[in-house]
Write a protein of this length. Structure first.
Length: 145
């Protein structure tokens, strides 16, 4: 009887501890995960490039671009900066845009096309803001070179 009582007390204490001590929170999903991982990011960026090549403000920058290569580089870069497993192996942003004389207005036009694509793909506004926040520091390296 003494053993049964001891087992009951131990099990009761374990149950009480499990209820009173909060569980460790699950790891927060990365922005990469929240954007739908590589397939979701690819869809947004392919649509964005489609908007860009039709955008009279900036289409001339992409007139001679290898579009599939550009899309792949963009996907790898965004995958990487959002916490995904990709590795961006392209040129630095300054080197890739050297001599293009991109203005802040041009950069903003591209961001508008990105927003248009994210809206088309129903990316929630908070995620859009997080992604744009990660990409905003690229303004300096790509403009006025």
């Amino acid at each position: 009887m003494h053993t049964v009582r001891r087992i009951t007390m131990v099990l009761g204490a374990a149950l009480l501890i499990a209820v009173l001590i909060p569980c460790r929170p699950a790891a927060a999903a990365t922005l990469y995960d929240q954007l739908g991982q590589k397939p979701g990011i690819t869809k947004v960026l392919v649509d964005m490039v489609g908007f860009i090549v039709d955008d009279g403000r900036i289409a001339h920058y992409f007139a001679h671009a290898d579009v599939p290569h550009l899309e792949g580089e963009l996907v790898d870069q965004v995958c990487y900066v959002t916490g995904g497993p990709c590795t961006y192996t392209g040129k630095s942003m300054a080197a890739a845009h050297q001599g293009m004389h991109i203005t802040e207005a041009d950069f903003n036009a591209l961001v508008e096309d990105l927003e248009k694509s994210m809206n088309k793909n129903e990316v929630p506004i908070p995620l859009q803001n997080r992604l744009i926040g990660l990409l905003a520091p690229l303004l300096g390296p790509v403009t006025y070179k």
